[in-house]
Design a binder for this molecule. Structure first.
Ligand SMILES: [Zn+2]
Length: 192
């Protein structure tokens, strides 16, 4: 009696969990116009944290992709330092490109879920993508962080990221490649 009932219960729990994951309402790519909204409302899970400015601006957007990059999303001081960082990199022959600037809390929750299978809705196997569930640096009203890659080489050339780190730090920015534990070589941030 015990083993069969236990197996049935475990199977049922996993079936429910899978349905929850697959049943997430995520709208198709929002149209290019800023602020466009989806007809599908997202059911917010409290475990994801608190929605930020970008959740409100891009409701129901596909969380697997960054929201469209717009320098106007950035904190003005951070933007000035980022522009200076890019100018130095270009003078060295690199081709920096912002992969992701502002980030919704829902996308942060999706990133957090990878490698954390027990996390509600977005939990899945894989390697850690982020060391924080808090999107605050990417997510405040004026984002103070961006993830930068090479336009031509994307994530492939570590020398690009070392150059990025040096140029960003010369502007007083914090570089994710210096973090202990989970490093983020693409990440540059203005710490307050
Ligand atoms: Zn980042």
């Amino acid at each position: 009696m015990f083993p069969l009932a236990l197996v049935a219960a475990v199977v049922a729990v996993f079936a429910l969990r899978r349905r929850a994951a697959n049943g997430t309402t995520v709208a198709p790519e929002a149209s290019a116009s800023a602020g466009s909204s989806s007809s599908d409302a997202v059911t917010w899970n409290p475990a994801w944290g608190t929605p930020n400015t970008w959740d409100a601006k891009y409701p129901g957007r596909d969380v697997t992709r960054p929201i469209p990059y717009d320098p106007a999303h950035l904190d003005p001081t951070f933007r000035t330092k980022l522009d200076a960082t890019f100018a130095v990199l270009r003078s060295q022959g690199w081709d920096p490109k912002v992969f992701e600037g502002a980030r919704s809390q829902q996308r942060q929750a999706w990133l957090w879920g990878e490698g954390r299978p027990d996390f509600p809705v977005y939990g899945r196997t894989g390697t850690y993508k982020t060391k924080t569930l808090d999107a605050s640096s990417h997510g405040s009203d004026g984002a103070r962080a961006t993830d930068v890659i090479s336009a031509s080489q994307a994530w492939k050339n570590m020398d690009f990221f070392y150059a990025l780190g040096a140029a960003a730090k010369a502007q007083g920015l914090t570089w994710g490649g210096d973090w202990p534990g989970i490093r983020d070589y693409t990440h540059v941030e203005l710490r307050r």
